[in-house]
Design a protein around this ligand. Structure first.
Ligand SMILES: O=P(O)(O)OC[C@H]1O[C@H](OP(=O)(O)OP(=O)(O)O)[C@H](O)[C@@H]1O
Ligand SMILES: O=c1cc[nH]c(=O)[nH]1
Ligand SMILES: [Mg+2]
Length: 214
């Protein structure tokens, strides 16, 4: 059903992911717990997102004998965090992939127009040669993610993936229309957007919950 909205959507139905996400959604979950859970869920997401990375065999010596052992081929990947809430996802992914490069893109949603406004951009120089995982916990209208992906394509990136905690059909449709080539990973697809473009049932404002700003 969700794949009808976005043909390259993967929903992470693993019980650990779903259980942790439920705790994150709860109103009474504290900032500290929310942040730790975001990190744990993101590590699990990174495991799924990297399942198909190309492998090559390299010669190594074990203490007992030489062997040809599997190793990830090519340049390592780059995580691009959509500030500021994306940082809550990037940190968990970096726990699993500590040598990944990291780019930052500052986008905020104009409260009146609900459209993203770019206020910061810093990418690794060789970003175009890397697999780029764009992270932001919330895919709501989809315009922030679509703008981020468009900006990265303009910078020459052609191997892109987008990862979020929660998506809604509206945002998935925007990504399917504007970036059908980009696989999307989400932990859940929620019911709808409300009149303020918040995800329902959702988890509230991801940035505020991660950083305790409200
Ligand atoms: O799909 P969209 O409708 O574009 O909305 C999603 C965006 O809104 C949130 O960011 P926000 O503007 O609250 O910024 P913040 O991360 O600084 O809190 C969220 O983290 C996304 O970036
Ligand atoms: O529900 C939503 C929508 C956008 N941004 C959030 O943090 N939460
Ligand atoms: Mg916010």
């Amino acid at each position: 059903m969700d794949q009808a909205i976005h043909p390259r959507l993967t929903v992470l139905i693993h019980p650990l992911v779903q259980h942790k996400l439920t705790i994150m959604r709860r109103r009474e979950t504290s900032t500290g717990e929310f942040r730790s859970l975001a990190r744990e869920v993101s590590l699990l997401m990174a495991y799924e997102l990297t399942r198909d990375l190309p492998i090559e065999r390299v010669p190594i010596d074990t203490p007992l004998e030489p062997m040809m052992a599997p190793s990830i081929a090519g340049k390592k990947l780059c995580i691009v965090s959509i500030l500021r809430a994306g940082d809550g996802i990037a940190s968990g992914m970096l726990d699993l992939m500590p040598s990944a490069r990291v780019g930052h893109m500052g986008l905020y949603r104009d409260p009146a127009t609900k459209r993203p406004v770019e206020y910061y951009l810093k990418l690794p120089e060789d970003v175009a040669e890397r697999l780029v995982i764009v992270v932001d916990p919330m895919l709501a209208t989809g315009h922030s993610a679509a703008a981020a992906l468009a900006r990265l394509k303009k910078a020459g990136c052609h191997n892109l993936r987008f990862a979020c905690l929660l998506a809604v059909p509206e945002g998935l449709s925007v990504l399917a229309a504007e970036h059908p080539d980009v696989p999307v990973y989400a932990c859940a697809v929620d019911r709808m957007l409300d009149d303020h473009a918040y995800i329902r049932p959702g988890l509230g404002d991801a940035g505020d919950r991660l950083f305790g700003t409200k």
